[in-house]
Design a protein around this ligand. Structure first.
Ligand code: GSY
Length: 163
């Protein structure tokens, strides 16, 4: 059988319930155990101030680089299954969650569908995404700017500490 070619993708991971570090480590393990996904790198973990709904605990965030033979929607479905498996609880829309997985980049594809927008439309505004992403690939260009430059600027504006 012919193998589907693989695509390099970046996923954002965040948790602010239970044991956030353990939740992220488990999510990474489950991603790597998924057929069609190979985790190739994981950025350091960061403690970050909540963005959006601020009346909640600080998050632990990181970014994972993967190679996948799955289509974008297949990948999204696997990510949602992992969130559910880890008991994602989301009482408030932007509120606390056991683990949140965001598809940031799927190769250099642009996708604007009802269920998925890639590149993630707000990633360039968030230190909790851009700082770990720049650790993995500082030369990526996001919205016309290098990831390293975006990360440096956002880290000066938003609370983020490597843990
Ligand atoms: O979009 C991911 C969930 N999320 C986060 C997050 O992961 N980290 C921080 N610091 N704030 C957040 N607000 C939302 S929503």
């Amino acid at each position: 059988m012919t193998e589907r070619k693989t695509v390099c993708c970046y996923l954002g991971l965040g948790s602010n319930m239970g044991d956030p570090r353990a939740n992220l480590e488990k999510a990474i393990e489950l991603l790597n155990d998924t057929e069609g996904i190979e985790v190739t790198a994981v950025a350091p973990f960061y403690r970050t101030a909540p963005v959006g709904y601020t009346e909640q605990d600080y998050f632990i965030n990181t970014v994972a680089e993967i190679n996948t033979s799955l289509s974008p929607l297949q990948l999204l479905e696997k990510m949602q299954q992992i969130e559910n498996k880890l008991g994602r609880v989301r009482v408030i829309r932007w509120g606390p969650r056991t683990v949140d997985l965001d598809l940031l980049l799927y190769g250099d594809e642009k996708i604007a569908g009802p269920d998925l927008e890639v590149p993630h439309p707000r990633m360039h505004q968030r230190a909790f995404v851009m700082v770990p992403l720049a650790d993995l690939n500082p030369q990526l260009v996001i919205q016309g700017e290098q990831a390293a430059d975006l990360a440096r600027r956002l880290a000066g504006e938003q609370e983020i500490i490597r843990v």
